[in-house]
Design a protein around this ligand. Structure first.
Ligand code: NAI
Length: 480
């Protein structure tokens, strides 16, 4: 029986390994992590991450050929193939701070593998890493091994949170990069055989190591660039009376452009886009390519601009101040169908509103109060470094109020900001919400979830990203 061990039981390691276990009953899969809390949760009824369809997959294979454990050394020693899916955050200090990837967690994992391995292993980069990381990992493994052979493969993950199980069941492609030596090719084939259990062969792409590593960074940069492009157009739509949804539909009909990933919003978030672009920028700078670095840097600049534009629009519409006004925030996760809040635009928007002394009250169907309070208390980039993730003490001042109900959040509010496109926000009783609010009642839709015309008929003053503006807003342009 082939034995797989995955180091890192997070948003990628957990779902990916659960699907491998489901689709490959003849493979034993053990997911290990240094976090006891995470492993305990994976072994419980309440999984540590929310992802549609995940519970079902885990229930089918846990205890059969899928296991979660904190005994990292034991399972690394037993495995034939070791996936490493640990976090690769942005460095917060030292050389490359604010841009370069912090590979501390990866290096620790590699050193542990070298320490405990007694037989040959295939080590698979599942984490997103800077191009050429495999070379560094190879050196660590080879220089610390005792006669054991390691083959390093790059197998970046392209799943999207919120649709992870769907994406893993039916991936657009699986990418495997390896050394172009006979041993490297053999390792690529071994991993290919695992995926071939359910992925059609023509969707399994094999490349050299560096192409695979760079493809993941490039894919995320392209995806983020598409969002920044449509968001840049949304600002121009507001200035001219065009409607960004109509423009996106019209341009998306061009088969060279395509319709997906063209929804304007308050900005992209998630643990990957910003981190991976910063990483790409840093690599370009290191290779003496400042023009290329600046091109990608602007994708992040537009994203930051979009978030501050939204905050400025809220404040300027409400007579240039939100001080002491209750603002209801609907949605805190970075997208619907996930409880993940890493780099969610809601953090910057809430911080912007708090900076103007608003009383912010938040409701999200999946994010806990503790998570929200912690996110708003952390410094940029600290969220991905477990050392900073201490539970908040009871005496710490909580920056915002959090409710378990959208109606409670909006009651008595001056304005509502929709920051995540949860389906349930489409179905709320907005007449009830309007009646419970202060007047004039403002609606700021950062995800184009509600129909602005219907909201206006109810009585709201409405701002929807990239849509023609109410005369109220035209008269009060946001200072950007
Ligand atoms: P995560 O933070 O949810 O999970 C990483 C896990 O690794 C944590 O539970 C941590 O405790 C564990 N860990 C860290 N060092 C360890 C060690 N030495 N030994 C054992 N466990 C260790 O991160 P996530 O979201 O799963 O991302 C992992 C990697 O995958 C990152 O490089 C990310 O960029 C990449 N990625 C993430 C995607 C996403 O949608 N979240 C999609 C595609 C790639």
């Amino acid at each position: 029986m082939v034995k797989i061990c995955c180091v890192g039981a997070g948003y990628v390691g957990g779902p990916t390994m659960a699907v491998i276990a489901l689709k490959c009953p003849a493979v034993e899969v053990v997911v290990v992590d240094i976090s006891v809390a995470r492993i305990t949760a994976w072994n419980s009824e309440q999984l540590p991450i929310y992802e549609p369809g995940l519970d079902d997959v885990v229930k089918q294979c846990r205890g059969r050929n899928l296991f979660f454990s904190t005994d990292i050394e034991k399972h690394i020693a037993r495995a034939d193939i070791i996936f490493v899916s640990v976090n690769t955050p942005t460095k917060t200090r030292g050389l490359g701070a604010g841009k370069a990837a912090d590979l501390t967690y990866w290096e620790n994992a590699a050193r542990m593998i070298a320490d405990v391995a007694k037989a040959d292993k295939i080590v698979v980069e599942k984490s997103t890493v800077p191009v050429k990381t495999a070379e560094a990992i190879e050196k660590i493994l080879i220089h610390n091994s005792r006669g054991v052979n390691f083959q390093i493969l790059s197998n970046p993950e392209f799943l999207a949170e919120g649709t992870a199980i769907k994406d893993l069941f039916n991936p657009d492609r699986v990418l495997i990069g390896g050394r172009e030596t006979p041993e490297g090719k053999k390792a690529v084939q071994a991993l290919k055989q695992v995926y071939a259990n359910w992925v059609p062969e023509d969707r399994i792409i094999t490349t050299n190591l560096w192409s695979a590593e760079l493809s993941k960074l490039a894919a995320n940069a392209f995806l983020a660039q598409r969002i920044s492009s449509v968001n840049a157009i949304s600002a121009l739509c507001e200035a001219t009376g065009a409607d960004v949804a109509e423009v996106a539909y019209a341009i998306g009909k061009d088969t060279r452009i395509g319709p997906r990933f063209l929804s304007a919003s308050v900005g992209f978030g998630g643990s990957c886009f910003q981190k991976d672009i910063l990483n790409l920028v840093y690599i370009c700078e290191c290779h003496g390519l400042p023009e290329v670095a600046n091109y990608w840097k602007d994708v992040i600049k537009i994203n930051d601009y979009q978030k501050s534009r939204f905050v400025n629009r809220v404040v300027s519409s409400m007579f240039n101040t939100v001080s002491e006004k209750k603002i209801a925030v609907l949605g805190f996760a970075f997208k619907k169908d996930t409880g993940d809040t890493r780099e969610t635009p809601a953090i910057d928007v809430c911080k912007g509103l708090l900076g103007d002394k608003a009383k912010v009250c938040i409701y999200d169907p999946q994010v806990t109060e503790e998570q929200i309070q912690r996110d708003l208390a952390l410094n940029k980039f600290d969220w991905d470094h477990p050392v900073h993730l201490q539970p908040m003490s009871a005496t710490e001042v909580k920056p915002v109020a959090v409710t378990r109900d959208a109606y409670e959040a909006t009651k008595g509010a001056h304005g509502v900001c929709i920051l995540t496109e949860w389906d349930e926000f489409k179905k709320l009783d907005y007449v009830r919400i309007y009646e419970s609010m202060q007047k004039p009642a403002f609606m700021f839709d950062g995800r184009n979830v509600v129909d602005p015309q219907k909201m206006r008929e109810i009585g709201f003053i409405v701002y929807s990203i990239g849509k023609p503006l109410d005369s109220w807003l035209v008269d009060r342009p946001a200072v950007v």
